[in-house]
Design a protein around this ligand. Structure first.
Ligand code: NAP
Length: 485
């Protein structure tokens, strides 16, 4: 069985305790490999390494730092096929989606490499004569990156690329459910020639590796993507460092009575069952106008019946396994909750082939907005249909949750579209397209309980740099602002 190591100060090393943990293929429960079950000692070595490398890296001109990012993008592209297969085997998303995950990483490294020649500040007039005002963007310092398993290469890349081009050094802790994809990304970073100590990689649990990283005063920025509960815990423990939180979602697709229903059904299937419903932007609620409810249900049933569940390495498979057994139990549990709450099970609701962590694509109808299945993030292939009478009710139902990540509306009516754009409480909104499918050169993130206002994607550079404000007085006299003599 292959043993994989941590990467600290440019060397592949074992955890100080010598402990390891296993990682399983969710499609057949076979062991992928063993990884270092690290603890606070390993974290503190990684932080020290990142601290020691900081000065040299932050003093490397940003366009030079960017050259490494271009190289990382090239290496990822060259290795896309192999990495895709590793990702499918490790976390179960189907082949074309895993390929897309790596494509997203390539895109963000290229986009952020361009930032090496921007890193724009502002220049602005002074209220006084002979005085010049401007800002620059500066590195924050050592950054801790903690990531989930559902985008095991893309999400780390959304953090690593801006952190590196911004002049920071990092300690990266991946999810214990997908450490191999993350490790392969780190190997590519190593191959690109990024100097030792700039990127450090430590595997292990949230408790033993995540917590010490969050609490360390030497870590000046902590960027986290994961569940709301872990995000809240991190915010309570991080002290005064800069914290970026990208958390869960309970995203809705609104289908109005004038919508192109065939198109809406494609969007619901892609958003509800893509990545087996395990995307933060998954379309787990469908808010449908009463006039088209029956027609939509029939069209959905027709398509969902034909979805093929199985190992995503087979290119004919539409829906892969869930990440682990706990995730299957969670979908089973919510199916029971939905039934007990009085929702009608339209299709699915059962565990699939037990060789892996399979759960059937599931649709509930006659769901009420306050039911638990309509409020809580299930993170499985479960879609809830809620009926409404008009656009105002649709928006009210859409907003009746604590999260605020992604929303969508299918309509041909311009007024409905703009009402939705203006009034829906979410960080992303799509018109006539599903809730999933973000592009890297736009900001990505949510409002309300989905986070604390940071944005990734094109705005990642704001998360990983600070502004410095500079005043240059060339009047040769003491000048005071605010009209003070
Ligand atoms: P999670 O359980 O919160 O775990 C995320 C990461 O946090 C893992 O690396 C985990 O480590 C670590 N962690 C756990 N406890 C910790 C602690 N006490 N201190 C520090 N780190 C800790 O989430 P997940 O199940 O991996 O991911 C699914 C969630 O992520 C969903 O809620 C989804 O909506 C959200 N998500 C959000 C976005 C977004 O951009 N908004 C994108 C993708 C996913 P271990 O698991 O190794 O213990």
């Amino acid at each position: 069985m292959q043993e994989y190591k941590n990467y600290i100060n440019g060397k592949w090393v074992k955890s100080s305790s010598g402990k390891v943990f296993k990682n399983l293929n969710p499609a057949n429960k076979r062991i992928i490999g063993v990884f270092q079950d690290s603890d606070e000692h390993d974290v503190s070595e990684a932080i020290e390494s990142a601290e020691n490398s900081l000065n040299e890296w932050r003093e490397t001109p940003a366009p030079k730092r960017a050259e490494y990012l271009y190289e990382i993008a090239n290496l990822l592209r060259d290795d896309q096929e192999r990495l895709t297969k590793i990702m499918v085997s490790e976390m179960g998303k189907v082949y074309k989606e895993a390929r897309g995950d790596i494509q997203e990483a390539i895109d963000i490294f290229e986009y952020m490499a361009g930032e090496g020649r921007r890193l724009f500040g502002i220049t602005t007039p002074s209220e006084l004569k002979n005085k010049f005002c401007m800002t620059t963007r500066i590195p924050i310092g050592v950054c801790g990156l903690i990531t989930p398993w559902n985008f095991p290469i893309a999400i780390p890349s959304w953090k690593l690329a801006p952190a590196l081009v911004g002049g920071n050094t990092v300690v990266f802790k991946p999810s214990s459910d997908a450490p191999l994809s993350a490790l392969e990304l780190v190997k590519i970073i190593e191959k690109s020639g990024v100097p030792k100590g700039v990127v450090n990689f430590v595997t292990g649990s949230g408790k033993d590796v995540g917590d010490p990283l969050v609490k360390s005063k030497k870590v000046r920025c902590l960027s986290f993507t994961g569940s709301r509960d872990t995000g809240e815990h991190i915010l309570r423990n991080a002290g005064l460092k800069k914290v970026g939180l990208e958390l869960g979602g309970k995203n809705a697709i609104i289908v109005m009575d004038d919508a192109n229903l065939e198109l809406a059904v494609e969007g619901i299937i892609w958003g509800g069952f893509g990545t087996t419903g395990q995307r933060c932007t998954a379309s787990s609620r469908v808010i449908v106008h009463k006039k088209v409810k029956n027609a939509l249900e029939n069209l959905l049933l027709n398509k969902v019946r034909r979805l093929k569940l199985g190992n995503g390495l087979d290119k004919n498979i539409d829906v892969g396994p869930l990440i682990n057994e706990k995730a299957v139990e969670k979908s089973v549990m919510y199916t029971e909750v939905g039934k007990n709450e009085g929702a009608k099970l339209l299709i699915g609701g059962k565990v699939g082939n037990r060789e892996g962590n399979f759960f059937q694509p599931t649709i509930f109808t006659n769901v009420k907005k306050n039911m638990r299945v309509a409020q809580e993030e299930i993170f499985g292939p479960v879609v809830c249909l809620i009926t409404i009478e008009d656009i105002d009710e649709a928006i009210e139902v859409c907003n009746s949750i604590s999260y605020g990540l992604s929303s969508s509306i299918y309509t041909k009516n311009l007024n409905n579209s703009f009402k939705a754009i203006e009034k829906i409480e979410s960080g992303l909104i799509y018109v006539n397209s599903s809730t999933i499918g973000a592009e890297v050169h736009l900001p990505f993130g949510g409002v309300k309980d989905t986070g604390n206002g940071t944005r990734e994607g094109s705005s990642g550079i704001l998360e990983f740099t600070e502004e410095k404000t500079i005043y240059i007085d060339f009047s040769d006299k003491m000048q005071k602002a605010q009209g003070i003599d």
